[in-house]
Design a protein. Structure first.
Length: 452
């Protein structure tokens, strides 16, 4: 018996002109072609003399099992899908079925994935260039993925300013998901953010709706639609939806001269190596800015701002701020030391966005195993120390001294500050704080300068 073969074929948006030569070759070489009925219809001219197996919308696993069965009998099978078969397509389920049946790449069935133009790239080509910068694809179908997972992905993509392509946005029974996606996106994007709704790209019933985020859910949307949502930079002009690549960050008017401080072929001044200096320059120019306001201005975590301050030098200061990270393993020691600092102000931060602040005495703090406790006559609070990835000492001038506990992502968990009395910090408390700073950190250049 001859060796079986499975071609997993993505044939693009549907028009033969957009099908790759390899996709045509794979279908031509196959004895059996399996696919959703609509996909079979799109490639009918290529199916003469072949056994054709049509399956329904919810029979994806049946297609995989059927392909495996025919390949086991020595046939060459083309399992076809529009777009790219590896993107929301049949490649993944097919491999899962094969592996579950004991198949491996060196077995008697050869498998080849034939890529095709994706739905999102086909739709983007029809409306301009909305995917020129970072983008992501999210399916709104909750048939196999829990909605809370989808919602978290939407939230993360919206906050991170990705251009978003929504697959499976709406069906006859699933009508609320697109509305909820719109609500999540509007928390981070302007109502007039450009949106394109493209149905049946490059097929006879193709339609394109240009709209804005505030009106997106009111559009005619179905399972054959892909929704493209711009980021904060995306604009619409001359009927085109454009997301800038970013040349205007480096060149005047894109084609003009390099902007001051930039170099051709090198990272931006706000690149990986340069952005901490921008944070320090911001703090020098805005001495009244708090660390939380600075983090918001740069859209980074408080831990990243503290790290930028920790990299300050005599020639590159951070305004009046100085910071140094506590040595790994000294977190409990820092909190035990804080018991000697007298009157304190404790700010608590939660990942939900809730924050609280209260006054306490240093000896109201206790560490117990993996918890820090604040115990007073009126109050008992707990902080989970397993969330603390690093503790930072920070100082601004003579009247602001604090330690920050941040998690692995750099988000603030708590802040302990020396409490000022009539704008003055107790000199003995400040002295003890500075002594513990020197004992528990790797001193930075600016910290050494600050303490002589």
């Amino acid at each position: 018996m001859s060796k079986g073969r499975i071609f997993l074929v993505g044939f693009g948006p549907g028009a033969e002109a957009h099908m790759t030569q390899r996709a045509r070759e794979a279908i031509a070489a196959s004895d059996v072609v399996i696919g959703y009925a609509t996909y079979i219809k799109l490639v009918t001219p290529l199916l003469s003399g072949k056994r054709v197996i049509r399956k329904g919308m919810t029979e994806e696993i049946d297609r995989c099992v059927e392909a495996h069965a025919h390949a086991r009998e020595g046939r060459t099978v083309a399992l076809i899908s529009s777009g790219d078969i590896g993107i929301y397509g049949m490649a993944g389920p097919t491999y899962e079925v094969l592996l579950q049946a004991g198949w491996h790449p060196d077995s008697d069935i050869e498998v080849e994935v034939v890529p095709g133009a994706t739905a999102l790239s086909a739709c983007a080509a029809l409306v301009g260039a909305p995917l020129t910068h970072d983008f992501c694809a999210i399916s709104l179908s909750d048939l196999l993925t829990p909605w809370p997972v989808i919602a978290r992905r939407l939230e993360a993509a919206a906050r991170a300013d990705f251009v978003v392509a929504l697959y499976n946005p709406k069906s006859g029974r699933r009508t609320g998901q697109i509305v909820e996606a719109q609500r999540i996106l509007l928390r981070h994007r302007a109502p007039d953010t450009p949106v394109a709704v493209v149905k049946s790209a490059y097929r006879p019933k193709q339609s394109i709706q240009a709209t804005r985020l505030a009106d997106m859910a009111d559009c005619e949307i179905g399972m054959l639609s892909t929704v493209l949502i711009g980021n904060r930079s995306t604009y619409r002009q001359a009927g085109l939806m454009i997301t800038p690549r970013g040349y205007a960050n480096k060149y005047d008017g894109i084609t003009g001269a390099l902007k001051s401080g930039e170099r051709a072929g090198r990272s931006l001044s706000m690149g990986l190596d340069g952005w901490p200096a921008c944070v320090r320059a911001y703090l020098s120019a805005m001495p009244s800015s708090s660390l939380s306001a600075t983090a918001q201005a740069f859209d980074v975590s408080i831990g990243e701002v503290l790290s930028a301050i920790g990299g300050a030098s005599a020639t590159d200061p951070a305004g009046g701020y100085v910071a140094a990270g506590a040595r790994p393993g000294t977190e409990i020691a820092v909190l035990e030391a804080a018991r000697r600092w007298g009157r304190l102000r404790l700010a608590m931060h939660h990942e939900s966005g809730i924050a609280g602040e209260l006054q306490c005495a240093g000896d109201d703090l206790y560490t117990s195993g993996e918890q820090m406790e604040l115990v007073t006559a009126q109050l008992r609070m707990h902080i989970d120390l397993t969330r603390i990835h690093r503790i930072w000492f920070a100082r601004c001038g003579e009247q602001r001294r604090s330690v920050y506990g941040v998690d692995a992502a750099g988000a603030g968990v708590f802040t302990l500050s020396l409490d000022a009395d009539d704008q003055d910090i107790d000199p003995q408390a400040a002295q003890r704080f500075d002594q513990d700073w020197r004992t528990l950190t790797h001193p930075t250049e600016m910290e050494l300068l600050a303490h002589g």
